[in-house]
Write a protein that binds this ligand. Structure first.
Ligand code: ADE
Length: 235
């Protein structure tokens, strides 16, 4: 039976989803609150993981170990790395990689964690299709499938943005997706990342971010609801 782990970035997004979720039970673990319930008739576990790669990986492992989720979606906002991706547009992950992992000195490709058998963690094909359809239902004509580049940095400087583009060829940048992807990959749990663009990851980022956060939170919650519906129908 499908059980979807939903890792949201924003409080308002998680609150919006919780208002739509039935039979909620709460579990506190490792500093986060996990809400288990039923969304659109699909068993789900919803958590706001906090910022950054370590928080994201910890929550993902708890979802796998304590809740036995069969699928994972990570939603939130991201900075655009691509001129044609505007504020409000949506990105569905084809794969995810780190932009701040560098063991090049030892002969590893940029972004590769030594010991891992891949640099890019591929999202699940079926989940990509469902997430794309869900995103298009909410914001038609504004969804792109591609790479998510993650690192423990809020990117708001042009030079850093350009370095990340050159090293990753990512469509957008944020601070959790690849850590969730790596953890899901190591647990053989299918995942997808869905992000709404909140800023251009350059000198204008700090200004755009707060304005867009609320709109993005609602948009992400709505897309996640559609995704749950699709996973339910596919069972
Ligand atoms: N999340 C939203 N915008 C971001 C940015 N510019 N850098 C990192 N994470 C983000």
């Amino acid at each position: 039976m499908t059980k979807l782990g939903i890792i949201g970035a924003m409080q308002e997004e998680v609150e919006t989803l919780l208002a739509l979720t039935e039979n909620i039970k709460e579990l506190h673990k490792a500093g986060s609150v996990f809400y288990e319930g039923v969304l659109e008739e699909l068993p789900v576990v919803i958590v706001q993981c906090g910022v950054g790669k370590v928080n994201a990986a910890m929550c993902t492992q708890v979802l796998c170990d304590l809740f036995g989720v069969t699928h994972i979606v990570n939603t939130g906002i991201a900075g655009s790395l691509c001129a044609r991706l505007d504020i409000g547009d949506l990105v569905v992950s084809r794969d995810a990689m780190y932009h701040d992992v560098d063991a090049v000195h030892f002969g590893y490709p940029y972004g590769k964690v030594p010991g891992m058998d891949t640099t890019e963690f591929p999202a699940d094909e079926a989940m990509i299709r469902y997430a794309f359809a869900a995103a298009e239902a909410v914001n038609p004509g504004h969804t792109t499938i591609g790479r998510v580049a993650s690192g423990d940095q809020f990117v708001a400087v042009k030079e850093l943005k350009e370095k990340i583009i050159a090293c990753t060829q990512g469509l957008c940048t944020e601070m959790e997706g690849a850590a969730i992807a790596q953890t899901a990959y190591r647990n053989s749990v299918p995942f997808v990342i869905l992000r709404a663009i909140s800023d251009k990851a350059d000198d204008s980022a700090e200004m755009d971010y707060p304005t867009f956060e609320r709109i993005a939170a609602h948009r992400c919650a709505e897309v996640t609801r559609h995704l749950a519906r699709q996973l339910k129908a596919a069972q």
